[in-house]
Write a protein that binds this ligand. Structure first.
Ligand code: CAO
Length: 437
């Protein structure tokens, strides 16, 4: 079966997380993604947070599925010639170097356009033009600068970063959309274009409900925030709202049976207005259906703490899964707090290809998150991440059409690292190496 991006070739100059998220997604959609890495070193994440000695880390393998790897020293003259040949034949160059690094390699936008006017140049930077444009930025910096940290956590605690990688993976997602749109526009104009996403902007885009609340503050207190019911005055900026819902339907995280020992025995419970009567029945407060102090959403807002304490008295009598089953019968929106262990073991996520097991010649089988975008005419098969330089020879010969003489010349120039084929995998039982596959 064909794939949505069949025929699209990506020169992937990305590293760490934000850029690789983008190119992995494009690879899942069918693009041929050629990852360019520094000889001998590669993407720094290959060696970061390593759990298996001498094998690429999960940090790397989980962000670089379905790609080919070629090692080129972009600062070597011949290496740069190879890169320029790749620019001629690729549709998109994706990069997330620090500001100015691509220019310092001699690959300015003007030069790229002169080589291939159809090329889409897609970049991630930490900040857009302005005071901070030259700064290097990592995930948590973006979460802080994009408004997420100031609005995450509890009112009386520190600002918090979130585990969801909204700065890196979130920006990669934004960039992927920009690339696909630029390719579509190119169909009409015949020209490539520059696509840039700043991580600060990407995070803010995901935090837009908080900028909404900032403006609502000018017109009075934010009544769905717990602090309204607690009689605590609002300041001049959106406060941290704990686990209060960010929407118009109040919600909280509530304890379930076993919470004393299980850190994830909780459920998110939403008191959606249309099912209020069902909630009252389930928790054993039928009187609240008609009591003017509870019947209407506006009457409930000042007493959310008391209402959720009563609901929690009920959820604490059930496990999170029992509560989920009962509440779903009545269409009451809720969600169990799933641990990563539970997610890794969840069969339905395996069945849909959202959690996938992949084999790797150096580390053996590992789990990764597959493509969350499901398309009826463009299925995704997740394949393992490439070893460093695994496809250097293949790309030089098959993509660039270089013959033996040219390949030998390039090798002799020092522009390429050497690809060492993987040794057979050692299988360990009880700490002793007992077999070789
Ligand atoms: N051959 C030769 N040199 C290479 C190369 C290759 N194949 N690939 C990269 N390099 C060089 C670059 O040219 C650059 O050299 P100069 O600084 O001398 O021009 C150098 O490697 C390092 O690039 P960098 O500055 O991007 O890397 P860093 O580790 O210092 O910074 C990061 C990393 C992520 C902070 C920075 O790249 C950045 O701010 N990127 C933009 C924002 C971003 O994507 N952040 C998300 C990261 S994930 O949390």
């Amino acid at each position: 079966m064909t794939k949505a991006l069949d025929g699209v070739r990506i020169l992937d100059f990305t590293h760490v997380q934000s850029g690789p998220t983008c190119t992995q997604l494009l690879a899942w959609l069918g693009a041929d993604v050629i990852k360019v890495e520094r000889p001998g070193v590669g993407d720094i994440t290959r060696g970061q947070l390593r759990d298996v000695p001498n094998a690429d880390s999960l940090y790397f393998t989980m962000l670089n599925s379905n790609k080919r790897s070629i090692t080129i020293d972009s600062k070597n003259r011949t290496g740069k010639e190879v890169l320029e040949s790749l620019i001629k034949t690729c549709d998109v160059l994706v990069e997330n170097f620090a500001p100015g690094a691509l220019d310092r390699m001699g690959l300015t936008w003007a030069h790229i356009q002169s080589i291939n006017p159809r090329m889409v140049l897609a970049s991630i930077k930490g900040f857009g033009p302005g005071k901070y444009e030259d700064c290097k930025v990592y995930e948590n910096v973006a979460q802080c600068a994009g408004g997420s940290a100031s609005t995450t956590g509890f009112r009386d605690g520190l600002p918090l970063v979130t585990g969801a990688q909204i700065g890196d993976s979130g920006t990669g997602l934004h960039l992927a959309l920009g690339i696909v749109a630029a390719l579509l526009q190119r169909e009409k104009t015949g020209r490539g274009q520059k696509v840039t996403v700043a991580m600060q902007d990407g995070v803010l885009n995901l935090c837009r409900v908080k900028l909404r609340d900032q403006q609502r503050l000018a017109h009075g207190p934010l009544q769905e925030y717990s602090q309204f019911g607690e009689g605590i005055a609002f300041g001049d900026a959106v406060p941290r709202a704990g686990n209060d819902s960010g929407g118009g339907q109040p919600g909280r995280i509530l304890k379930c049976k076993g919470w004393e020992t299980d850190p994830n025995a909780y459920i998110y419970f939403i008191t959606q207005a249309p099912v209020w009567e069902a909630i009252c029945e389930v928790i054993g407060e039928p009187g609240w259906k008609t009591d003017p102090g509870y019947a209407k959403p506006a009457a409930r807002l000042p007493k959310l703490n008391q209402i959720f304490a009563r609901i929690e008295a009920w959820t604490m009598t059930k496990t999170k899964f029992e509560a989920m089953d009962i509440l779903n019968e009545f269409d009451i929106p809720c969600g169990p707090i799933l641990s990563m262990r539970e997610i890794a073991e969840e069969q339905s996520l395996r069945d849909t290809g959202t959690v996938v097991e992949v084999d790797h010649p150096k580390r053996g089988p590992y789990l990764t998150v597959g493509n969350p975008i499901k398309m009826s005419d463009s299925p995704t098969e997740v394949t393992r991440s490439p070893l460093l330089g695994e496809h250097t020879d293949q790309v030089l010969r098959d993509v660039l059409g270089f013959d033996d003489r040219r390949v030998d010349e390039i090798k002799a120039s020092g522009a390429l690292g050497e690809f060492v084929p993987p040794r057979p995998r050692e299988v360990s039982l009880g700490g002793d190496v007992v077999a070789v596959e």
